[in-house]
Ligand binder design. Structure first.
Ligand SMILES: C[S@@+](CC[C@H](N)C(=O)[O-])C[C@H]1O[C@@H](n2cnc3c(N)ncnc32)[C@H](O)[C@@H]1O
Length: 358
C-alpha cells in the first residue's frame, strides 16, 4: 500500500467519506506524496507522454502560432507569454526556440510567465529554462499573473488535472459519488441525498475546481488590453462529460484506488462547458488534427523528414506526426480551444471554424 493510500484511509476513518474530487485532489496535490509533487511523471520512463514530449515539432509550431498572434496584436513592444501547467518546461523551450528563429523581435518583446501548482515541477522548469530569457517569472497560481499587457496563454493537458466530481443516476435522481473505506481498502459509495444535476447520462462528471479556474481566467483575459489563449486537452465537444475518470501508471490503465500518488488521474474535458464559461463569442474549438494541419504542421514535418540524417530519425518524425494528426489517435481525441479578445482578428488554426459559423 502506498503511504498516501494509508493516509487517505486514516483520514476517511476519522472524518467520514470524502467526495471524488477531494480524493483526486489528495492523490495529485498532497505535499510530498501527491502525484505531481514528487518525481517526474512524463516521458518514456514516466507514466504518459504528452504532445510536446513526443516531438519538438509540436512546441515549434505552437511557437510560430504565438509569433503570428503577436503580429496580429500589432507587434506590441512588450507582451506576456503565460503557460499554465508547463510540466518539464519542454513546450516553453521549444516555443522560444522557434519564435527566436522566425521572429527575433517577438522574442525580444516577450515576458515569460510560467504557472505551476507543483514546487517540484517548477524547479525542473527553472533548470530547463535557465538563461532562456532575460525576464521569466514563476507563479503557483493564476492570481499572481499580471495580465496588464497584451497576453498570450497556453495550456496543454492542464484542464484534465483539475479534480472532478461524479454523480450517478438512480431512479431518475443524481447522487454524488463518495469515497469510503472497507477492510483497509478504498471504494466508491454515494451520498444519501440527491443533488441538483442536469444530465441524461447514467454517470455525469463536473469539475467545480476547473470551472472556478476558467471563470478566473476569463476575467483576467477580459481585463488584459489584448489577449489570446490556446487550451489543448483530451476531450469532446460535449457540454457534460460521462464517466471518464481514469488512472494511468507506466503507460497502463489501472483502478483509481490502486496506487494513489503513484498514478496520474485524469478525465476527459467537455469543451462545450469550457466555452460556456470562457464565453461562446470569444471561443472556438476544433480537433487537434485540424488545428495543426491549418497552422502548417504537415509542411514542417515534411521539411524535417528531408533534413533527417538517419532512418531512425525519419521513422520518429513519421510516427509522431501520425500520432498527433491521425483521428484515431490524438488527432480527434484531443481538442484545441482558441480564445481571443474582441479587438483581435480571428485566430490562426481556426479559420475552418469561423468559416463554418458565418
Ligand atoms: C499532465 S501535466 C502536462 C504538462 C505539460 N503541459 C505537457 O504537456 O507536457 C499537468 C501539469 O499541470 C500542472 N498543474 C496541475 N494542476 C494545476 C493547477 N491547478 N494550476 C497550475 N498547474 C497545474 C502539473 O503540475 C503539471 O505540470
Amino acid at each position: 500500500m502506498t503511504a498516501l493510500k494509508e493516509h487517505i484511509i486514516r483520514h476517511i476513518e476519522e472524518n467520514g467519506p470524502i467526495s471524488l474530487a477531494d480524493y483526486m485532489g489528495m492523490c495529485l496535490y498532497t505535499e510530498d506524496e501527491g502525484y505531481y509533487m514528487h518525481g517526474m511523471p512524463f516521458g518514456k520512463d514516466g507514466d504518459f507522454i504528452t504532445a510536446p514530449e513526443l516531438t519538438p515539432l509540436f512546441g515549434e509550431m505552437l511557437g510560430l502560432w504565438v509569433a503570428a498572434t503577436w503580429q496580429q496584436m500589432g507587434a506590441p513592444e512588450s507582451f506576456c507569454l503565460v503557460e499554465f501547467g508547463p510540466g518539464r518546461g519542454t513546450l516553453y523551450t521549444d516555443m522560444l526556440r522557434a519564435i527566436g528563429k522566425a521572429l527575433p523581435q517577438c522574442l525580444n518583446a516577450l515576458e515569460g510567465h510560467l504557472v505551476d501548482i507543483s514546487p517540484n515541477l517548477r524547479q525542473h522548469q527553472q533548470t530547463t529554462l535557465q538563461g532562456a530569457l532575460p525576464t521569466i517569472k514563476w507563479h503557483s497560481s493564476i492570481a499572481d499573473v499580471p495580465f496588464n499587457k497584451p497576453t498570450i496563454v497556453i495550456g496543454n493537458e492542464l484542464l484534465d488535472a483539475f479534480p472532478v466530481e461524479q454523480y450517478e443516476q438512480v431512479d431518475g435522481k443524481y447522487y454524488q459519488r463518495l469515497v469510503t473505506t472497507e477492510n483497509d481498502t478504498l471504494k466508491l459509495t454515494r451520498a444519501d441525498e440527491p443533488s441538483e444535476v442536469e444530465s441524461l447520462a447514467e454517470v455525469t462528471e463536473q469539475s467545480p475546481a476547473m470551472e472556478n479556474f476558467l471563470a478566473e481566467l476569463r476575467d483576467h483575459l477580459e481585463r488584459a488590453p489584448q489577449a489570446a489563449a490556446l487550451l489543448i486537452d483530451y476531450g469532446s465537444e460535449k457540454a457534460i462529460a460521462g464517466e471518464t475518470l481514469q488512472a494511468l501508471r507506466k503507460h497502463k490503465y489501472e483502478g483509481i484506488f490502486d496506487t494513489p500518488g503513484q498514478a496520474d488521474l485524469t478525465w476527459h474535458i467537455p469543451f462545450k462547458r469550457v466555452c460556456d464559461i470562457l464565453g461562446d463569442t470569444h471561443s472556438v474549438v476544433t480537433d487537434m488534427a485540424l488545428f495543426l494541419t491549418e497552422i502548417g504542421y504537415n509542411i514542417r514535418a515534411e521539411q524535417a523528414l528531408r533534413a533527417a540524417r538517419t532512418p531512425e530519425e525519419k521513422e520518429h518524425i513519421e510516427a509522431t506526426t501520425h500520432r498527433l494528426i491521425d483521428p484515431n489517435q490524438m488527432g480527434a481525441h484531443f481538442k484545441v480551444l482558441g480564445w481571443c479578445s474582441d479587438n483581435l482578428k480571428q485566430l490562426q488554426g481556426f479559420q475552418h471554424c469561423y468559416a463554418d459559423s458565418e
